[in-house]
Design a protein around this ligand. Structure first.
Ligand SMILES: [Zn+2]
Length: 481
């Protein structure tokens, strides 16, 4: 047992700070007691004087693939980025996939995350080895994760009506060569992944990640739905992320993407929308009625110019909302503190009266309990008796806490990750004195630099090809109404 004493503890619901000692047994919070009331004989004592304890953060949307692609892009919208995916995340060896996932998990841990929803993409098909490498990376760092192989049976060029035809030859034929795998193969690959899964699902679990509705045939989506039901899996999809996507729905299906997913009976409490920038009231009602979640990823939505998702209207409709960073190719750090802050600030430039703005407490809930619910984990996200011991120790001598007026406000509006001193996940320290314990970061740095140089060379030709496509994609996608 561990006795953590001397801390100010961020309480659930009120998010008020209270001086309490925390007793941890195994992976669970056994009790919260008045300071000094338990001596802790025979227990490991952790002195947390001058520290605040908050529940570990949950990142609602991320891509393990993207961590070697950070910093590559500026002034790319989503469609331009999708054009660049083959070179920015291409030619990865199994070791590269493991390295990319480990880098991301280590960065998240260092910045106070204890869990992430990860849509991990492999082209043309997900593999048992690739998924195992990502799951092992999360396990090594000590995070919880819900990992969804990102799958589709239509390429970007096939998914957007008229896009391929907007390309001159030979670009058109060349672009169409990189087709997605037939859906039977993707489903078969997912079945193999599920059969081979060796991690404890209370910590690291598989899910399904049909990439984007119109990138998937109806038949494929029905198969994903049935596979998810058969195995009790969650599902995450990018839905209504860019304006183009919202325009595509009525063009392809005659109604919105969410209405289409509802028609296919995909929406359920295990369903999580990534982004949801362009949802209508009707879409929000459908998601709420199904008990679904949305991961609100404000940093990525801003960087890609996708728009501002309306978190307040999601909450008002009754949707469970998480906050996420998205992958580092589209928002270049994995800082859930920043995602919380942006969620608050962006709600203030929508059409809401001041009293409806997303508060620090709304954001804290979304980044903890709301996130855990979206990932399908229970009893995670509160510092409460019987809940998992997933704790972030904040150093109150970090100057953004001096003086300490309101801990919740100062975390959401002031914390940038530099105040994170230790992180405990499931009763075990995964970050101590600002060091990620499960990995050798200097070794990761060397490996990342080697991979960067090798992959830059290996993808040079694909990059040059994408460069030729960009002007056509840019013109076509901004012209579509
Ligand atoms: Zn994404």
């Amino acid at each position: 047992m561990i006795l953590i004493h001397g801390a100010k503890v961020l309480r659930p619901t009120t998010f008020a700070a209270e001086a309490l000692d925390v007793i941890v047994e195994g992976d669970t919070i056994k009790d919260l007691v008045a300071p000094g009331s338990v001596k802790g004989d025979g227990m490991e004592r952790v002195d947390a004087t001058g520290r605040a304890l908050m529940p570990g953060l949950v990142n609602g949307h991320n891509h393990a693939t993207a961590n070697l692609a950070k910093g590559l892009f500026d002034r790319y919208n989503l469609e331009l980025y999708l054009t660049a995916v083959p070179w920015s995340t291409g030619r990865r060896t199994l070791e590269d996939k493991a390295l990319s996932a480990t880098l991301g998990a280590a960065e998240m841990a260092r910045k106070g995350c204890i869990a992430a929803y990860d849509m991990f993409a492999e082209f043309p098909l997900p593999t048992v080895e690739g998924m195992a490498a990502v799951a092992d990376a999360y396990a090594k760092v000590g995070l919880r994760a819900t990992i969804a192989p990102q799958i589709a049976d239509k390429s970007f060029w096939e998914a957007i009506p008229g896009l391929a035809d907007a390309l001159p030859e030979p670009l058109r034929s060349e672009a169409l060569k990189a087709g997605s795998a037939p859906h039977e193969q993707s489903i078969e690959a997912c079945r193999k992944i599920l059969a081979a899964w060796k991690h404890d699902r209370s910590r690291i679990k598989p899910a399904l990640g049909p990439s984007i509705p119109h990138h998937c045939s109806d038949e494929f989506l029905r198969e994903c739905r049935d596979l998810a039901r058969e195995h009790g899996l969650g599902m995450q999809m990018h839905v209504a992320e860019s304006k183009l996507q919202s325009v595509i729905g009525p063009k392809v299906y005659g109604h919105s993407l969410v209405a289409h997913l509802a028609e296919l009976d995909l929406l359920s409490p295990g369903f999580c929308v990534a982004h949801g920038v362009w949802l209508s009231d009707d879409d929000r009602k459908r998601l709420a009625d199904a008990g679904a979640s949305v991961s609100h990823n404000p940093g990525s939505n801003l960087k890609l110019g996708s728009g501002i998702a309306d978190m307040r209207r999601m909450l008002a409709a009754g949707i469970n909302v998480a906050v996420g960073t998205d992958g580092t190719a589209s928002s270049d750090n994995l800082n859930a503190f920043e995602a919380m802050r942006l969620a608050c600030y962006l709600s203030r430039v929508k059409d809401h009266p001041v009293g409806e703005w997303i508060s620090a407490r709304d954001a804290l809930y979304a980044a903890t309990e709301g996130g855990a619910k979206a990932l399908g984990f229970e009893r995670i996200g509160r510092i409460e008796k019987g809940w998992k011991a997933d704790l972030v120790f904040l150093d109150l001598s970090a100057l953004h806490y001096v003086p300490l007026n309101d801990l919740a406000h100062q975390i959401v509006f002031g914390e940038d990750g530099t105040g994170v001193e230790h992180v405990m996940a499931g009763g075990r320290f995964i970050v101590r004195e600002r060091k990620v314990l499960g990995v050798d970061v200097s070794k990761l740095m060397r490996e990342a630099e080697e991979a960067r140089a090798r992959l830059t060379a290996a993808n040079a030709e694909a990059k040059a090809f994408a460069g030729k496509l960009l002007p056509y994609v840019g013109r076509f996608c901004t012209g579509i109404h």
